[in-house]
Design a protein around this ligand. Sequence first.
Ligand SMILES: [Zn+2]
Ligand SMILES: [Zn+2]
Length: 106
Amino acid sequence: MSQPRRVEISEDGGLSILWDDGHQAGYAPARLRLACKCAVCEDEWSGERRLRADSIPAGIRALGVKPVGRYGLQIDWSDGHSTGIYTFDRLRVLCECPACLTAPRG
Ligand SMILES: [Zn+2]
Ligand SMILES: [Zn+2]
């Protein structure tokens, strides 16, 4: 599993992660907020989304980020939400840089 070498909040309030394999990833704040998989945002049994894209405030941004064990990150969002944990595996999949968008996933 990839580990982040450096994690920063980017100017737009999203995240910028440099992975230990040298990959530089960027995450837009609204998309990352929507990807939250905590029990508030997604039903853990059915997998049904409870969080709707149009319920995310405009201008949402990450206020803080901290490591959770050796497997993920917890993000404090400007809408007061902070219960979601983003695992490193998931963050790798969520990367939207041109290289990841064109590379086969798996
Ligand atoms: Zn959540
Ligand atoms: Zn990428």
